[in-house]
Design a protein. Structure first.
Ligand code: NAD
Length: 483
């Protein structure tokens, strides 16, 4: 479909969903559960097709990663949301001063926002479409999903699955190129979730601001690992490499670089070499190794490696030859040791299989290094001493954090997920995700029989409001003394 046709369709489905929302602004909780239940059903019955589509889009994509993240991860999130929806949608009653308001009640009622748009990146095309859909539907919204132009096979499959499961006025997928992507945030959605790089995040927020459409921005950044002294063990090194190799580093919460105590840096490198020699000698060309998403992304990673080599920085290739199969766009893992700060791998999010190892002499310098940079999406500390690990976590700022592992904070359906500063704003996953896509409406219900002082607002004030104000001052002073 040409982009102008895709844009016309987007505008017409938005209109359709908007009208459907106005006609039926409250989808019952039972219906919402039934709607969410279709998500696990669709991924489980299409798991082979999902594997195949990802394999086509990435040229090489491990079936186990597809099953674990894009199928089972989505199933876990949907079932969790279904189990929580009664609790999340229930009113939350808040304190109301009985002296002033008698038996009146104040409550937060979570109301659907309306039509939510989801702009999805290429790296987890099913998970980042259907995962947030669980919370969007739980909140009672209608949803338009726009997959990335880099994942055409998965986008087409997603469109087919969604079309088979939902009417177009409830959930639909729009597919197109960059012109469609640019048009999307210009439209009057009731909320937009954008997941992708920070540069485009700024464009999306700018466009959405013109209509005062609220946004959730799930962006990227350079997620550091901080190895505290004594933490360079074979298990920890294996852990870090394992997370880095998921999708060949093309994961927003992947390990970007490692801070390592200077005296333990050679040990880190030799543990990494031993692990690859013993277990993953041919990793680069194995089916466990995800390909770079496109020639352009492959070229970017290769240029980063060449830049480090040209600067005569020590680099170590793990898991096979530095060259790459043109068919699969697979790459080995490259460790880059103590690179200068001006290299691209030190300034940009790497998002590929390169791991800089940065030696340090004292932890406060590392904490300062992190704090003067952009806030990362994830931050990981390895230490047997929880007090030390928590001290690092408390003195830094990031979207999420993990202690003695990496990235797992993003895998829990119950744990709010999102960024801070340059890595984004807002949350999905869990109750925070449900609330992100809801309007937390404050509703006041006056008690009957009327035993409150609300009538004092009717002039003349000398007969009512002034009297209450005087009492109010005395009450305020007493409250302050008690506080
Ligand atoms: P991408 O190129 O697929 O772009 C993301 C989406 O933005 C796509 O749907 C694309 O069509 C759309 N887009 C592109 N230009 C646009 C424009 N001008 N206006 C509106 N939409 C536009 O993906 P990407 O940005 O390369 O994704 C990688 C980045 O995403 C990394 O920085 C990564 O860390 C981040 N990411 C973050 C999360 C998270 O949850 N925080 C998850 C995955 C990826």
């Amino acid at each position: 479909m040409a982009d102008h046709e895709a844009i016309t369709r987007l505008e017409s489905v938005l209109d359709l969903q908007r009208k459907a929302f106005i006609q039926n602004p409250w989808i019952s909780i039972a219906e919402r559960k039934a709607n969410i239940k279709k998500i696990p059903e669709m991924v489980l019955s299409n798991k082979d097709e999902i594997r195949e589509a990802l394999n086509q889009d990435f040229s090489s994509h491990p079936a186990a990663v597809s099953d674990f993240v894009e199928v089972l991860g989505v199933v876990a999130r949907a079932t969790y949301v279904i189990s929580k929806i009664d609790e999340w949608t229930a009113s939350e009653f808040r304190d109301v001063d009985p002296q002033m308001f008698g038996k009146s009640k104040g409550e937060i009622r979570y109301q659907p926002k309306g039509v939510v748009g989801n702009i999805v990146p290429w790296n987890f095309p099913i998970d980042l479409s259907l995962g947030p859909l669980c919370e969007m539907l739980a909140a009672g919204n209608r949803v338009i999903i726009k997959p990335s132009e880099y994942t055409p096979a998965t986008a087409n499959l997603l469109a087919r699955m969604i079309k088979a499961a939902y009417p177009e006025d409830l959930v639909t997928v729009v597919i197109g190129g960059l012109d469609l992507a640019k048009r999307f945030p210009q439209l009057r959605f009731d909320h937009i979730l954008y997941t992708g790089n920070p540069a485009v995040g700024k464009i999306v927020m700018g466009e959405a601001a013109k209509n005062l459409v609220p946004v959730t921005l799930e962006l990227g950044g350079k997620c550091p690992v901080i190895m505290t002294p004594g933490s360079v063990t074979p298990e920890n090194v294996k852990d870090i490499l394992g997370i880095k190799m998921i999708k060949s580093g093309q994961m927003c919460i992947s390990v970007d670089h490692v801070y390592c105590p200077r005296s333990e840096m050679e040990n880190f490198i030799s543990e990494a070499e031993t692990y690859f020699k013993d277990n993953l000698a041919d990793f680069a060309v194995s089916p466990d190794n995800t390909g770079m998403i496109s020639e352009r992304h492959l070229g970017r990673i290769k240029r980063m490696i060449t830049q480090a080599e040209d600067a005569q920085v020590r680099s170590i290739t793990l898991g096979g030859q530095a060259s790459v199969s043109a068919n699969t766009r697979q790459l080995p893992l490259t460790l880059v040791v103590n690179p200068p700060k001006d290299l691209d791998i030190m300034t940009d999010e790497i998002f590929g299989p390169i791991l800089p190892i940065i030696p340090y002499d004292d932890l406060p310098t590392v904490v300062n290094d992190i704090n003067v940079g952009e806030r990362p999406l994830g931050l990981y500390v390895y230490s047997d001493d929880l007090a030390t690990a928590n001290d690092v976590v408390n003195k830094t700022n990031s979207g999420g954090a993990a202690i003695n592992c990496a990235a797992i904070q993003g895998a829990l359906p119950a744990l709010a997920f999102g960024g801070s500063g340059n890595s984004g704003m807002g949350r999905h996953h869990g109750v925070e995700g449900f609330r992100e896509f809801s309007n937390p409406r404050g509703v006041f219900t006056r008690g009957r029989p009327v035993e409150d002082l609300i009538n004092v607002f009717t002039p003349p004030y000398a007969k009512g409001l002034q009297f209450v104000v005087e009492g109010g001052y005395q009450h305020a002073l007493k409250s302050l003394q008690r506080a």
